[in-house]
Design a binder for this molecule. Structure first.
Ligand SMILES: [Zn+2]
Length: 261
């Protein structure tokens, strides 16, 4: 997967922090400011520290929670984000010289403002974009809820595309179409929609596994987001259709068309 956020789906330190695009300027990258970390030990670690201080135990791993700052390296920006998560103080072994040092590790649970999962093309409908933004906010604390927001983005997209949300059943009651049926309606409305509908269906299945008991991982949600991004690019980024039109034009003229000076 190309999304660098997936590298935060495990324990990381300031040494292994991946380069992540700054949500403010988009040019710099944000990384963990090692001096900013505020840590809270859990009771077991408090007890261990007491034993170590009394000389009754050797050094051992400490665990708890932490919060800190991510800072953008672009001097024109310098944006600071809040990060918090699970904390571990453990041994790091240097890959090159084998030297052991004790450092802080974080398992990210929250970043504010959130790092975007992806940035949809500017002409993407606002309700679709805001559901994707909500998914980015939830990603670390509750991946399954984030996947549900991606499914919500699909529902909003289908509404914009004119696919009905509800129908009146035989007992004159208003019922909601399931996402599955709406995606099928979208796919059969126009042959050109078929591939996008197939992609949306895959995103929907990922969201389903999140809401039916089995918890999704951050990596699984990011895979769903990547597919949704692909579908939105097909629908809203004109670059693809312009390129296809250009290819047709060159082939028709059997040369590269030149503008007159
Ligand atoms: Zn920045």
């Amino acid at each position: 997967m190309s999304n660098r956020l997936v590298k935060l789906d495990s324990w990381v330190s300031y040494l292994s922090w991946p380069p992540l695009a700054c949500p403010e300027c988009g040019e710099g990258t944000v990384s963990l400011d090692k001096n900013s970390l505020m840590t809270i030990r859990d009771p077991a670690s408090d007890e261990l520290v007491m034993l170590i201080d009394a000389g009754l135990e050797g050094l051992g791993e400490l665990t708890g929670t932490c919060s800190g700052k991510l800072t953008c390296n672009n001097p024109q920006c310098g944006r600071t984000l809040l990060v918090s998560g699970d904390w571990s103080h453990d041994v790091n072994v240097d890959d090159h010289n084998g030297r052991e040092t004790w450092i802080d590790y974080i398992r990210v649970r929250y970043i504010s403002p959130p790092l975007p999962i992806f940035t949809p093309h500017a002409s993407t409908p606002a309700k679709v974009t805001s559901a994707i933004h909500a998914a980015a906010e939830l990603l670390w604390i509750n991946p399954s809820a984030a996947a549900n927001q991606l499914r919500q983005a699909i529902e909003e997209l289908l509404t914009v595309k004119g696919i009905k949300r509800t129908y009146i059943n035989g007992s004159h009651k208003r019922k909601t179409y399931p996402a599955h049926a709406r995606i099928e309606m979208f796919g059969s409305a126009n042959p050109a929609n078929a591939e996008v509908a197939e992609t949306l269906m895959a995103v929907k299945w990922i969201g389903n596994s999140g809401s039916h008991g089995s918890d999704l991982t951050v990596a699984e949600v990011l895979e769903g987001a990547e597919l949704l991004q692909h579908a939105l690019t097909e629908l809203y980024d004109p670059t693809n259709s312009l390129r296809r039109a250009r290819i047709k034009e060159i082939n028709r003229k059997k040369r590269i068309p030149r503008s007159k000076n």
